[in-house]
Design a binder for this molecule. Structure first.
Ligand SMILES: [Zn+2]
Length: 78
């Protein structure tokens, strides 16, 4: 079982909608949705073990850098 400790980076669009990226598995879990819809999807997101393994394979040593960039991006935009 993968422990739960999730946070998300939100990217805003000009039309008032948002994308949400899970800062742990780095998957974009929702695209172009209103804030209330984004929070609902986030409530039910669980990082998949295979998604985490694929992210690690794809990013390797750059994983932490990408995660920190996503966290900072979310911090700036919220
Ligand atoms: Zn995730």
């Amino acid at each position: 079982m993968i422990p739960e400790r999730l946070s998300y980076a939100w990217l805003n669009h000009r039309d008032g909608t948002y994308d949400s990226i899970c800062e742990r598995c780095l998957r974009t879990i929702v695209l172009h949705r209103k804030p209330i819809e984004v929070r609902l999807v986030e409530t039910f997101h669980h990082c998949g073990e295979e998604d985490l393994r694929q992210t690690l394979r794809e990013l390797g040593p750059g994983l932490i850098e990408k995660q920190l960039a996503a966290i900072l991006e979310g911090a700036v935009r919220q």
